[in-house]
Design a protein around this ligand. Structure first.
Ligand code: URA
Length: 414
């Protein structure tokens, strides 16, 4: 099929046949479709929005644009994906917990962009931890440890790498069909049998409106099932950060607490909900999942005996300016504060600072006394400190009105 016909078809606004979508993805992957041509196709897809059949065809073609991993016979292969939030460290706890429960977890994760953190950035706070394992190394770690958490290899859904970067550049990320195809192509190429999806909703989420989160969850479950993968999505609240710590190294610390049977209640609650296993609570409380995590870290080149990267940061405590009820711990505002301190990145190639971040003690709805610590801000040499402090104060208002806090675990879609 000629490139011109693929583009004219998409430009027409009419639903496109599977063959045209497959030819588009093949052309993007082998370079016969140029970046401007691919960007135009994406912009038209964004404007019109794709129907279910087109979304399935796009997901399938993107999954097959590279190598679909195949694993030897054995225990169930499972993975989880989160649409991203502030303080969302669940993957660091869940992958070793599942492995400890006898499942296999080939987890390919991503980096943070904007105010939400990325699993790979967090793990790279561990000295030596490699997130660029080759497919042979992934095979070995999965066989030896039962889980890995690594980055997308060059062979895994290469079309997504090109298309996602272009969508970012042309401000066309927020399209449900394009998000579905992007996320699922990577997850389906992992060769998993079961996929659980944490679809965040609220101020700190990618999809802020509940109805959009539900539509995204429904669409991902339908497409994954159509592909023969057992799948469940759960909508979870992202109005306040998950757990207390926000920032790369800080989140590794909190994950380790959870893996040892401690850590904050909300992190434990959500991890156990996604674990979907009758023995998950017992195993997590026993601390055995920490040993599994330590094995995974060693197998991926890291050391937990050395301090986490990013030392040399300084803290400032934000205290409550008055007594009253904490009205919010706004996830977006707090995520932005951590971001400008250096915990996040503007462009994919920017470095992150592993040491900076926040510890958010105040819980919305709680009674607060004047002078009580609301949040600790970890900064490096005062970089962006004043702006971050102002953001934290705005994100955590105190008043006398009672507050209704939405439940962490919301609708389940399967
Ligand atoms: N994460 C992805 O991997 N792809 C998207 O399109 C959005 C979020």
């Amino acid at each position: 099929m000629h490139v011109e016909d693929i583009l004219i078809g998409m430009r027409s606004g009419e639903p496109q046949p599977d063959a045209a979508i497959e030819a588009f993805v093949t052309g993007v992957t082998n370079g016969t479709i140029s970046r401007p041509q691919a960007a135009a196709w994406l912009a038209w897809a964004f404007r019109r929005t794709l129907n279910t059949q087109e979304t399935v065809a796009l997901t399938r073609a993107m999954t097959k644009s590279g190598h679909v991993m195949r694993w030897p016979e054995g225990p169930t292969l499972i993975d989880k994906h989160s649409t991203g939030g502030v303080g969302d460290k669940v993957s660091l706890v869940l992958a070793p917990l599942w492995a400890e429960l006898g499942l296999r977890v080939p987890m390919v994760s991503g980096r943070g962009l904007g105010h939400t953190g990325g699993t790979l950035d967090k793990l790279e706070a561990i000295p030596g931890y490699r997130t660029d394992l080759t497919e042979q190394e992934l095979d070995r770690v999965l066989a030896d440890v039962g889980c890995f958490i690594s980055g997308q290899t060059a062979e895994l859904a290469p079309a997504d790498r090109i298309l996602y970067a272009l969508r970012n550049e042309i401000q066309s990320v927020e399209s449900i069909p394009l998000i579905v195809a992007s996320i699922l192509s990577k997850k389906l190429a992992e060769g998993v049998q079961r996929l659980v999806l944490d679809v965040k909703t609220g101020t700190g989420a990618f999809m802020q409106k509940y109805e959009d989160s539900e539509r995204l969850g429904r669409a991902m479950v339908d497409v994954a099932k159509g592909y023969g993968v057992s799948c469940m999505a759960r909508i979870t609240a992202m109005e306040r950060p998950l757990g207390i710590k926000v920032g790369n190294g800080l989140e590794v610390e909190e994950s380790i607490d959870a893996l040892k049977g401690g850590g904050p209640d909300d992190l434990r609650e959500i991890t156990l909900a996604f674990a979907e296993h009758p023995d998950a609570a017992k195993v997590l409380a026993s601390g055995a999942a920490y040993e599994r995590f330590a094995r995974m870290v060693r197998a991926q080149g890291g050391s937990l005996d050395k301090p986490l990267l990013g030392s040399g940061v300084t803290k400032v405590v934000v205290e409550a300016p008055r007594a009253g009820i904490l009205q919010a711990a706004d996830a977006r505002g707090l995520g932005r504060a951590a971001f400008i301190l250096g915990a996040g990145r503007r462009r994919a190639e920017d470095p992150v600072d592993f040491g900076v971040g926040l510890e958010v003690f105040g819980r919305p709805g709680a009674r607060i006394e004047r002078g009580e610590p609301l949040c600790t801000v970890w900064h490096r040499d005062g970089h962006a400190l004043d702006e971050a402090l102002a953001m934290v104060r705005t994100a955590m208002p105190i008043d006398d009105a009672p507050v209704v806090v939405s439940p962490l675990l919301q609708t389940m879609i399967d």
